[in-house]
Design a protein around this ligand. Structure first.
Ligand code: DC
Length: 214
């Protein structure tokens, strides 16, 4: 079974997808972690994020795998926590906008689904491009203000809330307006407004849909 979930930054997709996967005994695939991993290697090698050719070469060359807890490994090395640094977060939209990078990563995502015989994937284009034939599709959304508040609770930082919200809005803009695989809510995805729900409630709703209770 393939379950795909998309939505903007900070909607809580990872937490929810991870738990849905655990409940159903499926693999969890954090597609954003793959774009973050490419971005980390690009930056470490001193490649400019706007250099499509070299970014694509990195995406094709590095080996991305996931360990049993669902955490990414880059050529066998742990990708966490470096893939979550502010520098990676600031540059990941630029790197992930390249068609060549996307095509390399999407091929890999489909190969993982094939090998694992199904999964729960979350990201920006899993319902629209990567797994258009997924058995269940969801779109998790909330206002930028609410998502900034959640980010702050999840990962407390010294930065003012307004700055975190501005970053989220900037990423929303880049993710929804890029030429290749922009973030969209596809017509057959079920919209879940996570603004008024906690993670338990979102997971329960998704499981009810998957189990045909809704
Ligand atoms: O979900 P995240 O914040 O870890 O994702 C990081 C970035 O990766 C996001 O700003 C856009 C990109 N991304 C993407 O282009 N396609 C995906 N399927 C997942 C993430």
């Amino acid at each position: 079974m393939i379950i795909a979930m998309d939505g903007p930054a900070g909607a809580g997709k990872s937490t929810v997808a991870k738990r849905v996967a655990r409940e159903l005994g499926l693999t969890f695939l954090d597609t954003g972690a793959m774009y973050r991993a490419v971005t980390l290697v690009v930056l470490n090698r001193g490649i400019h994020p706007s250099d499509e050719e070299r970014c694509t070469a990195v995406a094709r060359e590095i080996e991305l795998t996931f360990d049993d807890s669902g955490e990414i490994r880059i050529d066998g090395e742990a990708g966490e926590p470096d893939i979550r640094s502010d520098t990676v977060t600031l540059n990941v939209s630029a790197v992930s906008a390249h068609a060549g990078v996307r095509s390399a990563i999407v091929d890999e995502q489909r190969a993982i689904a094939e090998r694992r015989g199904g999964l729960v994937a979350e990201g920006r284009d899993t319902t629209s491009v990567v797994f258009p034939g997924a058995d269940h599709k969801f779109f998790l959304d909330a206002s930028a203000k609410e998502r900034a508040r959640r980010r702050e609770l999840q990962r407390p930082s010294e930065r003012p809330l307004a700055e975190i919200q501005a970053d989220i809005e900037r990423r929303d803009k880049l993710d929804t307006t890029r030429a290749h695989s922009p973030l969209v809510q596809v017509p057959d995805a079920i919209l879940i407004d996570v603004g008024s729900l906690n993670a338990d409630q979102v997971v329960a709703r998704i499981l009810a849909h998957v189990r045909g209770e809704r």
